[in-house]
Design a protein around this ligand. Sequence first.
Ligand SMILES: Nc1ncnc2c1ncn2[C@@H]1O[C@H](COP(=O)(O)OP(=O)(O)OP(=O)(O)O)[C@@H](O)[C@H]1O
Ligand SMILES: [Mg+2]
Length: 333
Amino acid sequence: VFVGVNAYNNSLAFVNPFTSRNNNINIFGVSGSGKSVTAKILMNRLYMRGIQIIVIDPEGEYVNIAKALGGEVISFSRENGINPFYVSSLQENDILDHISTLKTFFKFFIPTNHFDSAVLDEALIKLYDQGSPTFENLLELLKDHPMQKDLSVLSTGSLRGVFNSTRKLELTNDIIVLDLHDLKKDEKRDPAMYLLTSLIWNLVNKKNNKQRMLFIDEAHKLLVDPEVAVFYRELVKQARKRNVGVVSITQDVEDFLDSEYGKAIITNSETKILLKQSYATLGDIGTIYPMTDEEKQQLGHLAIGEVVLFRENEHVRINILVLPFEQPLVFTS
Ligand SMILES: Nc1ncnc2c1ncn2[C@@H]1O[C@H](COP(=O)(O)OP(=O)(O)OP(=O)(O)O)[C@@H](O)[C@H]1O
Ligand SMILES: [Mg+2]
């Protein structure tokens, strides 16, 4: 797809994110540098090429473009939640995988001194054996354990509705935006980001005939918890086998550079789009992107919409070009 104009020789710059090594992209830059705009034009141009677009959208920035392109916006709030227990297959392996996703998800709500992996495991296995996995039944199975009270916040407490709805996630539309901006606090958003990314991954694993791009904005949030970070790294590493590309978008580049998982995600992303960087990241960035000191300095001075694109050994400075007909799609939030 077309991305913009080469800043050195004015030639047009294109990328094909679907490569032989992997289809993953990083879009990294400080706040206001143009990450979301870059993501939106890629989203539109990849969609035009028949690639399914799925966006994890913590701030609701991609809602307008999705609506304008006839996509589906799935918003999350207490009135509009999701059923975390839903598994699309009854195969034992799929259920066991799902149970491990649920354990990591529930861990967000259980203080460490209450968390008992074995007890939770047993309860979840019983729950699925009994055939009607609901919160009420899970809490019944956890009776007398402190985890029961911790998890009741999800069913009858302040988070009721968000994660105990009957709605299930499906990937039918060619553009799907999962809008989390109604979940105002991180304590709700972070687990929701993990749960939704896992549910998408499970669905993609079922039907992987289609080419897909999964955009994750504020991706650094998936690095905070080590178990979630492992999941995220595996997702990025295995995506190509499922015909998926993962687009990781973040302003907290240091979180990636400081984390062994974050670094693995960068090295497993063939297309790296760097926008303006903060001085704090410039010190470390050379450890993972091969570049000269002069190039490093440039990264601190890029204007809005200017990027350095790294692919294999090639680095090109590009001005990301929003085409006139794309402006109403892209310059809204
Ligand atoms: N390629 C571009 N051409 C022209 N204007 C741009 C371009 N990219 C960004 N802008 C302008 O800069 C503004 C901020 O861009 P954007 O929202 O993409 O930043 P961001 O990096 O996602 O910021 P944040 O980290 O706060 O989400 C846009 O609303 C737009 O006006
Ligand atoms: Mg943004």
